[in-house]
Design a protein around this ligand. Structure first.
Ligand code: HEM
Ligand SMILES: [Ca+2]
Length: 310
């Protein structure tokens, strides 16, 4: 029951406001476009796209401790862009107070970040409402780790196909959404094991990265490398890099396996057809953006994206 015209009467300038702040932000720092795309993904995979990831801290309840998703493994010292959401929210509140959810703002910001770095655009269904809860445990359970395999990681279910399947997303959609790694960067601690322990990696590529990512931490732990060879441009180079064994994360390289032609063919298709990549990425983003939204009178419209309303 989300709709692209949800705010047509109540906040007609919403999309222009988001685009304007995002434009300034991405011009100033390219990577922030990528960071907001990732923030939206991490919101949607935990309790659905409800702005839960934006909550600074959540008061304890009978069943959950006082802690939010920001402290989960994949998020802590890694997620970025919270201040950008604050800036957009402030501008939106000025224009149309109390009407637009943080979850919708984040969804639009992710779309604009993609577009401003050269990617596709799409129409965003709107009308999500904000959660009053966030769960570190659910985030730890549902966000895929960079060491995840394609299909085999029993018994903890940390394989990529199953993890996305649980969110109603197919292996093809998982592969196209991973194409988001055409922009942005990762820290050495997330690709170190791959550099030193794996065979399916281009020799020169690994050598180049080892210089700043030594085998033993904490030295180099936070050193950033671009996720593909054109890290500030949204393009299909990511897939060419995978076929050249230059995927940065283990979870990237496993998308192009030797022993699974069905899966490998998805990568080859997007490597050879940028238009198909863009179209399928846009469609998969809309699908991911529709994950169990709060609508109607469920949840709330947060005044401050970091806090549940008093
Ligand atoms: C398939 C499973 C996935 C895994 C295991 C994964 C894991 C990661 C990791 C470990 C990083 C680097 C974080 C850091 O070093 O601080 C990263 C960055 C990123 N991820 Fe993913 N990711 C996955 C899927 C996705 C999806 C579906 C999207 C969006 C649709 C996405 C968007 C991004 C972006 C844009 C960045 C760069 C962020 C920045 O530079 O700030 N990822 N991902
Ligand atoms: Ca969420």
């Amino acid at each position: 029951q989300l709709s692209p015209t949800f705010y047509a009467l109540t906040c007609p300038n919403l999309e222009a406001i988001v685009r304007s702040v995002m434009n300034t932000t991405v011009t100033n720092e390219n990577r922030m476009g990528a960071s907001l795309l990732r923030l939206h993904f991490h919101d949607c995979f935990v309790e659905g796209c409800d702005g839960s990831v934006l909550l600074d801290n959540v008061p304890a309840t009978a069943t959950t401790p006082a802690i939010g998703e920001k402290n989960a493994f994949g998020n802590i010292n890694s997620l970025r862009g919270f201040e950008v959401i604050d800036t957009i929210k402030a501008a939106v509140e000025q224009a149309c107070p109390g009407v637009v959810s943080c979850a919708d703002i984040l969804t639009l910001a992710a779309r604009d970040g993609t577009f401003l770095l050269g990617g596709p655009t799409w129409t965003v269904p709107l009308g999500r409402r904000d959660s009053t809860t966030a769960s570190m445990d659910l985030a730890n359970r549902d966000l895929p780790p960079p060491f995840a395999n394609l299909v085999t990681n029993p018994p903890d279910g940390s394989d990529l196909i199953a993890r996305f399947q649980r969110k109603g997303l197919s292996a093809t959609e998982m592969t196209v959404l991973s194409g988001a790694h055409t922009i942005g960067s990762a820290q050495c601690q997330n690709y170190r094991l791959r550099l030193y322990n794996e065979n399916r990696i281009d020799f020169q590529f690994a050598q180049g990265l080892k210089a700043n990512c030594p085998q033993n931490g904490p030295a180099g732990d936070t050193f950033l490398a671009p996720l593909d060879s054109t890290g500030s441009v949204f393009d299909n180079k990511y897939y060419a890099d995978l076929t050249g064994l230059r995927g940065l994360l283990h979870s990237d390289q496993v998308l192009y396996p030797q022993n699974n032609q069905t899966q490998a063919k998805i990568v080859l298709k997007y490597k050879g057809d940028n238009a198909a990549f863009f179209a399928d990425f846009a469609a998969a983003m809309i699908k991911m953006g529709n994950l169990s939204p709060l609508t109607g009178s469920a949840g709330q419209i947060r005044t401050n994206c970091r806090l549940v309303n008093p």
